[in-house]
Design a protein around this ligand. Structure first.
Ligand SMILES: Cc1cc2nc3c(=O)[nH]c(=O)nc-3n(C[C@H](O)[C@H](O)[C@H](O)COP(=O)(O)OP(=O)(O)OC[C@H]3O[C@@H](n4cnc5c(N)ncnc54)[C@H](O)[C@@H]3O)c2cc1C
Length: 398
């Protein structure tokens, strides 16, 4: 006789947000045979500014088992960590890892989901819970579902339904970022970073870089892209300056590629010339369209209320030093897949899932704050009090 599991009581699932967090959930739950619908407010492909992502085990497992994609085929290997001194000299240690891009993960997940399940250009305006389900509102239209999953990112509009206390706060520093086509890099510079995950830890600053797949997931040397991230402290006024674009429009917590004001770009180049080792400075100089993101701390005290769940960055915004946000989103989805399959009632399954994911999220959150503090970048001790993040987007114009 087949075991009775929670999955037999859930038929329809609605997912709010179609970036990585929402897609991991949608693909996993569709694998369970559930009728899944994703609503994504951006039309077309959501913003790809996340650029490079360190490939971690849950993401690799997910791609391989649920998407039928060999993660090695769409990621770039590194064999060593390389540490620069201010004089440009470096030493390295053995450390095998693989680097992937946001776009390569997104494409693998989207390809796995039937197109009629994914509705882009559709903003969820409200969620109304009822005892055994949730009404998902898109303006006038209402879609009742048995289970709703909120995956609308760090600036989540719907988080408050589950965790009113979870809104993220600015951690006191920004990540300048850049992506350069490998073909545009001088060969000798490319060679410096070959097979390396490179770091420079300066005075309350950190720079890191690595190669990621190029367009269409290409990992062939010559067609990859160099991805760099530079953490720099900035007070609230500094953040506003950095994220106000060349036309004077304020973007709040992030600045998309191609919009940086000339004076901010000039300051970035000056800073690179005076404070970075030579090979890293050259990367900044070769970047046509640098962009920037505020670093946030977000910590929800709950991830479930009835049949509504929080996942991904909507639940915990962890510092990028952990290199584990996409990993956390994939693990949220794998854990829900497992709980619904193994536990006999929906409520018990969701309860078990929440307990597990809250503990993981809280531990990762703390780890990220500690890493940021260790680098002298910011944290509750370094920067009291945190400024509440404005209601607009941390990423992706979301
Ligand atoms: C500097 C930096 C470096 C990072 N590096 C890494 C790394 O190395 N490794 C890693 O794992 N992660 C990294 N990340 C984080 C990672 O990109 C995210 O954590 C991951 O993609 C999960 O995001 P998400 O899907 O939960 O949220 P998001 O990607 O923010 O997606 C939310 C989606 O919801 C949509 N949406 C919002 N409101 C609505 C609505 N009302 N209706 C419908 N749709 C809506 C948005 O348009 C958006 O597409 C980094 C992040 C930063 C800032």
């Amino acid at each position: 006789m087949l075991a009775v599991t929670a999955v037999s009581d859930v038929r329809t699932v609605g997912v709010v947000g179609g970036s990585l967090g929402g897609l991991f959930q949608a693909v996993a739950l569709a694998e369970l045979g559930l009728d899944v619908t994703v609503w994504e407010r951006s039309a077309g492909r959501p913003d790809d500014r996340g650029a490079g992502i360190v490939l971690q085990p849950s993401v690799a497992w997910f791609l391989s088992v649920f998407c039928g994609v060999d993660p090695d085929r769409i990621s770039v290997p590194v064999t060593h960590r390389q540490f620069f001194g201010r004089d440009g000299r470096s030493h390295h240690t053995l450390m095998r890892q693989r680097m992937i891009s946001w776009g390569a993960i997104y494409t693998s997940l989207r390809d796995r989901l039937d197109s009629e399940r994914y509705h882009d250009g559709r903003r969820v305006t409200a969620l109304t819970p009822w005892p055994d389900g949730v009404d998902v509102h898109l303006g006038e239209a209402v879609h009742p579902v048995d289970l709703a999953i909120i995956a609308d990112g760090s600036a989540s509009r719907h988080r408050g339904l589950v965790a009113p206390d979870g809104a993220p706060r600015y951690a006191g520093y920004v990540a300048y970022r850049g992506v350069i086509d490998e073909a545009e890099l001088p060969e000798e510079l490319s060679e410096v970073f070959r097979d390396r995950f490179s770091f420079y830890d300066g005075d309350r600053t950190q720079f890191l870089c690595y190669f990621i797949p190029g367009d269409f997931g290409s990992t062939t040397p010559g067609s990859r892209r160099m991805n760099w991230v530079w953490y720099v402290r900035a007070d609230a006024a500094g953040l506003d300056r950095i994220t106000t674009d060349r036309d004077g429009t304020a973007h709040g917590l992030s600045l998309p590629p191609g919009l940086m004001a000339a004076r901010v770009r000039g300051e970035l180049l000056d800073r690179a010339r005076t404070s970075l080792p030579e090979p890293l400075r050259r990367l900044v100089e070769h970047t046509r369209e640098p962009f920037a993101q505020a670093i946030l701390d977000g910590h929800a005290s709950r991830m479930r209320r009835g049949r509504t769940l929080l996942t991904g960055d909507a639940a915990f915004v962890v510092r990028p030093h952990t290199a584990a946000s996409a990993e956390k989103a994939a693990a949220d989805a794998i854990a829900l897949f497992t709980a619904l399959q193994q536990v006999p009632s929906v409520d018990a399954a969701l309860q078990a899932w929440e307990k597990d994911r809250l503990a993981e999220g809280a531990a990762l959150y703390q780890h990220g704050v500690r890493l940021g503090q260790r680098l002298g970048l910011g944290g509750p001790e370094a920067d009291p009090p945190h400024r509440p993040a404005p209601g607009n987007a941390a990423r992706g114009g979301s």
